[in-house]
Design a protein around this ligand. Sequence first.
Ligand SMILES: [Zn+2]
Ligand SMILES: [Zn+2]
Length: 581
Amino acid sequence: MVTKDDKEKIARIFKEMADLLAIKGENPFRIRAYEKASDIIKHLSGNLEEICRQEKISKIPGIGKGIAEKVKVILKEGTLPAYEQLKKSIPPGLIEILSIPDIGPKTARLLYEKVGIKSLEELEEAAKTGKLKGLPGLGAKKEENILRGINLYKTRSSRILLGKALPLVNNILMELKEKAHPVIERISIAGSLRRGKETIGDIDILAASFEPSSLMRVFTSLSFVSQILARGETKSSILTPEGLQVDLRVVPSDCFGAAIQYFTGSKSHNIKLRERAIRRRLKINEYGVFTQDKRKIAGKEEVEVYRVLDLPFIPPELREDRGEVEAAEKGVLPHLLNQEDIKGDLHIHTRASDGMDEIPVIVEKAREKGYEYIAITDHSYSLRVAGGLDSKAILSQVEVIKNINSRLTGIKVFSGVEVNIKLDGSLDMPDEVLSRLDVVIAAIHTGFKQDRETMTRRIIKAIRNPFVHVLAHPSGRLLGEREGYDIDFDEVLNVAAEEGVWMEINSQPERLDLTDYWAMEAKKRGVKVVINTDAHNKDSLDFIKLGVITARRGWLEKEDVVNTLSLKEFAEILKQRRVRK
Ligand SMILES: [Zn+2]
Ligand SMILES: [Zn+2]
């Protein structure tokens, strides 16, 4: 069976081939072909093996005969001879250098040929000692950027995205339950993963079992184990093929509640609880809550641990010591939003720009998710790399959507656009066209390095446009790849509050932007949030759960998020924004 991972693997091989060819200075067309194929396969929906079997693969635009053959070979053999050969022709460390932002194949080649740099370590050393300065196109500024990039890269390789960790741990739990169910009494994820942090160091699993040793035996022999780091009676650690550490702890079931509380963290949240316990002459640890005469008064259930400290249950996403213990004490914890509250997704790309699916396919998926509405928001013209639409094309898409809606019941498709914010803050589409669209989301895709003042002015100008409803991926950060733009975000939020413009929580695993922190700040200023997936294929609509987790970490309630509204209410507030002006 071909899984999503296979698509990712093939995409990765093609991307790497493109990079390798580029380092060698090969024909740009050939390089571009591999890059394109990588992109297409990564976003392809449907079963890849099926597509190959029906010989449909070479009919996909952008995939030629040669590439199609290579896909088949990888599916069959797990790798590609041409790829293996290519890899041998270049020092392996040189490929890793390409993971550093700001270093493309051309620069890598230059570094190799002129300075003899073959690895990340050598690059770091050279940048620190100022050896890169003399090279063409490499000033002091670039040297600084490279060092910052190396730091970012190092944190990324030691941490994994929430969006990757969640499916991984679900598979682990499934296999564990399947093979060890007779001896598992209870099992749960713990640690930062349970708190929904955007990146995860290692995965913590906690189980209650009356036969810990057999559970450990099953755990250390699961299919995804590539290395056993430690095997003990109550704790074992393994490494997955991706290099991710997974720890399993086993406790007696009458301690499970205290243990899951303790191992979920965060550390600073637990310190708060411990201080609270001490004030009540209680002792709290991973085994339970105890009185001074060592009597155990809580431990089996997590909720009990909070109860004996005179607190209501605090959802894991809030346990960061950002005021949750105080709020719990006063009885003013937020009623956090749930995934079921989401009624629609307002940031979706189709084949008209750089998406992979047609509107009807997306509608079906949205229907499965129980949505009442979606908005189609392809890119605007100036984003040529993403096949952006010009005014004429977008208006003809409006007609297509009208037509689709006339045949739909129970769900509505809004027409929209993800309009590019140009360098000066003006929008890449005339107002008269924007006025004919239901939903306008504005976003920055170029000129990330403008200075703070210019960038802040640019974004404010864009959201002052009366036709804009949403600012998409507001900070522009890409986890482990790119820091957010340098902006005065307080100022942006103040203007958004004034204008009634919504801030997006973009649910793409590497974005999660707004961050939890800024979602909270938006709420404080009365700025509404919309949680979108920015899906480029139908399956990506499932990323919504990552956005919801981020919103929960930002203390958001249903009322704070506009796409929890019913279709009728939502259509109404879409119009309000424009009536105001
Ligand atoms: Zn975008
Ligand atoms: Zn987008």
